[in-house]
Design a protein around this ligand. Structure first.
Ligand SMILES: Nc1ncnc2c1ncn2[C@@H]1O[C@H](COP(=O)(O)OP(=O)(O)OP(=O)(O)O)[C@@H](O)[C@H]1O
Ligand SMILES: [Mg+2]
Length: 620
């Protein structure tokens, strides 16, 4: 092996302070175990990137670093997307032949060891529940979750401001929905105008996107008790850093949501931690897996925010490690801040891959020992091209590194062990139950109810009852006012219709009496006999034709009609819904028409009664 290479590695990675060991440098297929590729604890707040194609070892690198950090007393946060990091809690399998081969090739004394782990979960099903209030999420992150564009996000920001100005706490999604509904109502419109002239149409767009989010079951992620990020900074009584593992396998289908939640945690950490300057070891290392999700379709404002948080959180003692497939997934201003780099293999199957590879190679320090592009494509599983910052803040020489195996289990722990660990967590009670205190939803609904009560009171004084079957209990005051006017109009129309019905009925009764008299007279004249089922056929063609059911539209009423009250016995009848052939023309006799008029009158009366009970109220 080239002596210059040995010298460069020995000098470049020598440490006179505590650090983490990643593995041994390689050159021309040989492993150089006299020097270890390592990074000082004091420099781990300088952020980093773990990148590489799928299956090349990114998660195991994360596991390796997390375990060593815990041993060094540094709390760690990791996102477990696939559920393959629960093994951090259990000792590794020293009998695994591939692990043994690796350990031997690295001349490493492997000590299997589990670590103190706290499981967290967004759904609350796979660990202590991490919730956030909508308010602390803020419009930028909420905009990201909702997939809003810059303009829509700025509208959301104005809505947050309105809530702040009006002491309307936004705790959960129903608070946000209630606020948006209120602002897009008639009462809300003037408020929207005061807040930068937002249109109710754009508020409607926000409302719809939140309703979609609710339908996806996101209600559970927002509300109280909110997760205290200080809980990520714990150590055990014997000084080990607790590893908080956010289990995400059950919300994998909501990547925008979970990636934004991790960003929210970072933002909370940034706000809550004091300035710390340079520390011998970080207060927390935060591993952001599937980091590309965070940057996909992120608004410019959000990207600026991530960049700013990353820049400033360093001096608060927090190191952020982005884990993603290609460095090009990370925006340049953020990438520029990632001093510690572990680049696993990249594959160049497509022209786009080749392009990404070239770009990636250009982001590494120059080296006389490797052709960077070729090396990146030739790395095996669990190998990576590494450069970190030395304690002086200078990049170490680029080293193709054979990485150590994590000392913890490279597989999930058993479901039983997992459930037992979740149940034993002190967070099970702290974050277990949702608390639903008064917030925007309750306050807005309270105010609407109060306004309604006032309108109802005013309406009552005016003799109109607004809280009826017309559904006014669910209306805003302006809607109620319109409803009261409408009901008053309806009442006037109903009164007119009743008067018309009364006159028509009186006329019909007079006509019926006349017809009855006429029919008695003609029966006496013709001497016709009536059976109880109907009149005998007459030989009079004119009479027969006149009495044929087909001749009269009224006869088609499929209603069993009784003769009018006071009808003499043997009076004409219609049974079974069809008037018997030869029965007297009901129009002439006034049977059907009278009954129809009655039923119409009855229904009118019923209508009035309903209307009366609905809109009329005795004047006090
Ligand atoms: N440092 C290592 N020591 C021993 N084995 C390793 C190491 N790194 C990776 N491996 C092996 O490679 C496999 C894949 O590694 P890992 O799951 O970390 O890949 P990944 O890059 O995270 O993949 P993905 O993108 O699919 O998540 C592991 O299951 C393990 O067998
Ligand atoms: Mg992985």
């Amino acid at each position: 092996m080239d002596q210059a290479f040995r010298d460069a590695m020995t000098a470049g990675y020598a440490l006179s302070e505590p650090g983490l060991v990643l593995g041994s440098p390689m050159h021309d297929g040989e492993v150089f175990n006299d020097a270890r590729v390592q990074v000082a604890l004091s420099i781990l707040n300088r952020h980093g990137l773990i990148a590489g194609a799928t299956g090349t070892g990114k998660t195991k690198t994360l596991q390796l670093l997390a375990g060593q950090l815990s041993k060094a007393g540094v709390p760690v946060f990791v996102a477990d997307i696939k559920g393959d990091l629960t093994g951090l809690a259990a000792p590794g399998d020293a009998t695994n032949p591939r692990l043994q081969e690796r350990v031997t090739s690295l001349a490493w004394d492997f000590q299997a060891s589990g670590h103190p782990v706290e499981y967290l979960s967004l759904s609350g099903k796979l660990g202590a529940q991490v919730r956030a209030t909508v308010h602390s999420f803020g419009p930028l992150l909420m905009g990201k979750v909702l997939g809003l564009n810059d303009t829509q996000t700025s509208i959301l920001a104005l809505i947050f401001k309105y809530c702040d100005d009006n002491s309307l706490p936004l705790l959960d999604l129903k608070d946000l929905v209630a606020t948006l509904k209120f602002l897009s109502s008639d009462e809300g419109k003037p408020i929207l105008a005061d807040y930068g002239g937002m249109s109710s149409a754009s508020v409607g767009v926000l409302l719809r996107s939140i309703v979609v989010l609710q339908q996806e079951g996101a209600d559970v992620f927002f509300g109280e008790p909110e997760f205290e990020v200080g809980d990520l900074l714990r150590t055990t009584s014997d000084g080990l850093g607790i590893i908080s593992v956010l289990e995400l396998s059950d919300v994998m289908d909501q990547p925008r949501l979970f990636s934004t939640f991790m960003l929210w945690m970072l933002a909370q950490l940034y706000e809550s931690l004091p300035e710390a300057g340079d520390l011998p070891k970080p207060k927390l290392c935060f591993f952001f897996d599937e980091a590309h999700l965070l940057f996909d379709e992120a608004s410019k404002a959000l990207l600026d925010e991530v960049e700013r948080t990353a820049r400033l959180i360093r001096s608060k003692g927090v190191g952020i490690y982005f884990v993603t497939q290609a460095p090009t997934d990370v925006p340049a201003p953020v990438l520029a801040q990632l001093g510690n780099r572990v680049q696993h293999a990249l594959r160049a199957f497509t022209p786009d891959d080749a392009d990404a590879l070239r770009k990636t190679a250009r982001t590494f320090p120059t080296t006389e020992f490797y052709d960077v592009e070729k090396t990146i494509t030739a790395l095996g599983t669990g190998e990576a091209l590494v450069t970190v910052l030395s304690p002086r803040g200078v990049p170490t020489p680029l080293a193709a590194t054979r990485l150590l195996a994590p000392d913890s289990l490279m597989a999930p722990i058993t479901p039983e062990a997992f459930s037992a660990a979740v149940a034993a967590s002190p967070f099970a009670t702290k974050y277990g139950a949702t608390v639903d205190r008064d917030s925007a939803y309750e306050i807005i609904n309270g105010r609407i109810a109060a306004a309604r009560a006032a309108t109802a009171d005013a309406a009552m004084r005016a003799g109109v009852d607004p809280t009826t079957a017309a559904g006014m209990n669910t209306m805003t005051p302006a809607q109620q006012q319109r409803e009261i006017t409408r009901q008053a109009r309806e009442m006037a129309a109903a009164e007119k219709a009743a008067e018309r019905d009364r006159k028509a009925q009186a006329k019909a009764e007079a006509d019926a009496a006349k017809a009855r008299q006429h029919s008695i007279d003609s029966a006496i004249r013709t001497g016709a006999r009536w059976s109880h089922r109907g009149p005998a056929r007459t030989s009079s063609g004119a009479s027969s034709a006149r009495s044929s059911g087909a001749a009269s539209p009224a006869s088609q009423h499929p209603v069993a009609l009784a003769g009018p009250a006071g009808w003499p016995s043997g009076a004409p009848r219609v049974t079974g819904g069809t008037r018997q052939t030869g029965s007297p023309d009901p129009q002439t006799l006034g049977g059907t028409s009278v009954t129809c008029d009655r039923s119409c009158a009855a229904s009118s009366a019923r209508g009035m009664a309903t209307m009366s009970s609905r809109v009329l109220r005795p004047r006090m």
